[in-house]
Design a protein around this ligand. Structure first.
Ligand code: SF4
Ligand code: SF4
Length: 417
């Protein structure tokens, strides 16, 4: 596509980055067929090609409006379009730039500014845990959009008794996962321990930055990334830890892209590359241990559906990795239609765009429901919460399932089974 950027855009790093991406788009429209918002809304401006055109207009000097902002807001950043695009258009990087520029030019209504600031503050705060406990008490009285974000408590269970292993990895504790579902981190530690890998948490590290990044605070997010790099890299460089293991695919996707986000920071871009290079999803590090895990299998459910989070299949390109691991272990996985489509979770999207998010969740559940699984597995807390809010079928993290199958506690979600 030909572009003619306004001088203010041509002179900035972000403008030049955007121009390079825009020029790759040939306007073929292949991406429309796999875009969830276009599928639901049928408006070209809610498709990847339409949004690309809106961003091109802004970079060429046409003033954005609240309508421009709305169409960019409705994008789930699922990156299904990137998987589909034959020209390799990096839509995700482009929409990050487009949103930043549009948000600087179009002031959001006060209610939106307040809700975004409240989400940033709460999800990044040490008060999130106590607030969640209160939310669980008040759960029956909460409006549906909030109730859906407050899953029932799942106890973590006992951790391994301190056996030391030659192989050590870092396991970042996400911002909300330890309070919302501590069973996921505990199960990860137990399963890694079972295959001879010790996991340790690191002081000084915190949220991966995704919350701030996607809620209009990109500079604060970059500071969080730098702090994490400073906490993790010395341990990786010294050989005290071999990998950073992520059990939330949204956070894993973000950390793997640290070098992209810090590309204009000469002090951190190389460090970020080294961190990203050592980061892997829990399914990746466990894959070579499938036979070892299989030898320990204690119990198996009958039929399971695996929901591949967008951040696993489209962002990290790990489509099939968790499925292969579960199948290798003997789980009877049920394929279902449209597994490439987002469930509507998308970070805080389901709170900011609840109507679209709920329609996507129900579409996902209708497809999964046709296979009548005994349980649903996923690799990301956000997807688990979103999908779980619309079904009685138990939903568990992949690693909770592995933990149970290898002698760990049965996930609370499965207790009635
Ligand atoms: S598929 Fe790729 S090249 Fe074609 S319109 Fe979509 S983004 Fe552009
Ligand atoms: S990221 Fe997802 S929702 Fe956004 S344009 Fe691409 S396919 Fe559509």
């Amino acid at each position: 596509m030909q572009t003619n950027l306004a001088s203010w855009a041509r002179e900035t790093d972000l403008g030049q980055d955007a121009d390079e991406i825009l020029r790759r788009c040939v306007h073929c429209g292949f991406c429309l067929a796999t875009c969830p918002t276009y599928q639901l809304l049928g408006d070209e401006r809610d498709s990847p090609r339409g949004r690309i055109y809106l961003m091109k207009q802004v970079l060429e000097g046409i003033e954005p409006t609240t309508a421009t902002q709305t169409h960019l807001d409705r994008c789930l950043t699922c990156r299904n379009c990137e998987t589909t695009c034959p020209s390799g258009v990096q839509y995700g990087a482009l929409v990050d730039i487009g949103r930043k520029i549009v948000d600087e030019k179009v002031e959001r209504p006060l209610t939106q500014r307040l809700s975004r600031a409240a989400l940033r503050g709460l999800l990044n705060s040490p008060l999130f845990g106590p607030a969640l406990k209160l939310g669980r008490v008040l759960r029956p009285m909460l409006p549906e959009v909030l109730r859906n974000k407050v899953p029932q408590a799942r106890p973590a269970g006992a951790l391994p008794s301190g056996k030391s292993h030659a192989r050590q990895v870092l396991m970042p504790l996400g911002c909300v996962q330890p309070a919302m579902m501590p069973s996921i981190d505990a199960a990860t530690v137990r399963v890694l321990d079972a295959v001879g890998i010790g996991a340790r948490m690191v002081a000084g590290a915190g949220c991966c930055g995704a919350i701030n990044f996607h809620l209009d605070a990109q500079d604060a997010a970059l500071d969080q990334m730098r702090a994490n790099i400073d906490a993790w890299l010395p341990l990786l460089d010294s050989g005290e830890a071999e990998h950073i293991v992520m059990n939330a695919s949204g956070c894993g996707a973000m950390v793997k892209e640290y070098a992209h986000h810090l590309r204009h920071d000469p002090d951190y871009v190389v460090k970020a590359l080294r961190v990203a290079d050592k980061t892997c999803d829990v399914a990746e590090i466990l894959a070579p241990h499938a036979a070892q895990l299989k030898a320990m299998l204690a119990d198996l459910p009958q039929r399971a559906a695996f929901h591949p989070p967008c951040t696993l299949q489209h962002w990290q390109g790990l489509r099939g990795a968790s499925e292969r691991l579960l199948a290798d272990l003997g789980f009877d996985l049920q394929p279902f239609s449209e597994s490439h489509l987002c469930c509507g979770s998308a970070g805080t999207y389901n709170m900011l765009q609840p109507e679209i998010a709920t329609r996507l969740r129900d579409r996902k559940l209708a497809n999964i429901g046709k296979t009548q699984p005994d349980l649903i597995a996923a690799g990301n807390l956000g997807c688990m919460t979103q999908i779980g809010s619309g079904t009685d079928t138990p939903i568990v993290h992949t690693v909770e399932l592995l933990d149970w199958a290898t002698g760990g506690p049965k996930p609370k979600a499965l207790e009635r089974g």
